[in-house]
Design a protein around this ligand. Sequence first.
Ligand code: SAM
Length: 234
Amino acid sequence: MVVDKSSERVRKMFGEIAPKYDRMNHLLSMNVDRYWRWKAVRKLAPNRNDPILDVCTGTGDLAFSFHKYTDGQVPVIGSDFCFEMLEVGRRKGEKSNRNVEFVEADAQNLPFEDDQFQVVSAAFGLRNVASTDQGLKEMTRVCKPGGKVAILEFSIPRYQPIKGMYGWYFKNVLPRIGQMMAKNDSSAYDYLPDSVGEFPCYEKLTERMLAAGLSTAEFYPLTFGIATLYLGTK
Ligand SMILES: C[S@@+](CC[C@H](N)C(=O)[O-])C[C@H]1O[C@@H](n2cnc3c(N)ncnc32)[C@H](O)[C@@H]1O
């Protein structure tokens, strides 16, 4: 089955779940998502000089983590093509006094010059982008030479029994709880396991990162491979 990732469908789906997105995220991942983002920021260890871009930023959690890590010393931009998700992010920034700039933009056509950012990241976002390769190319284009492209994404654990447990939770538990809470029409939480199943993971994604123009690409499975951090250098 090919998952429908048309911009209209994906934008509408996230627009509908935006007000509940953060709560659902933390609940369904049992808060482990916070640890994954923290781990990604620690691993990247951004400097205090150059700007950072987080694409598919949604409500901005990874962008806020970068802002916190750098003590607000560098500009952090969060971009996304879903206005409703960005609005939640903007409100969180105002409340917490974290000055992240939110920009409405498609990750496949970023409104930034070449070679701008020390880190270009996407957390649980690239999987939703209609063309993975075009998303990776754009992330690479706006990254500075020597900078990092970082992808944090769900992956399918390689080993039993985690692999079986994960498949069961993803197919049976998560869509039901998600649908019950989100009450949206676009089957966002059916879409989740389908899109994860279809997305290239581990070596398959690092190959695509190299093909997009990065000179190195490595991956680090997190929490038994439920999520994976991919790091590329331009
Ligand atoms: C699962 S959310 C992840 C949000 C956030 N990065 C996080 O870690 O919680 C995926 C986000 O990707 C955005 N997205 C999907 N396709 C996109 C595209 N082509 N351009 C920009 N944003 C996109 C959606 O609007 C949504 O906000």
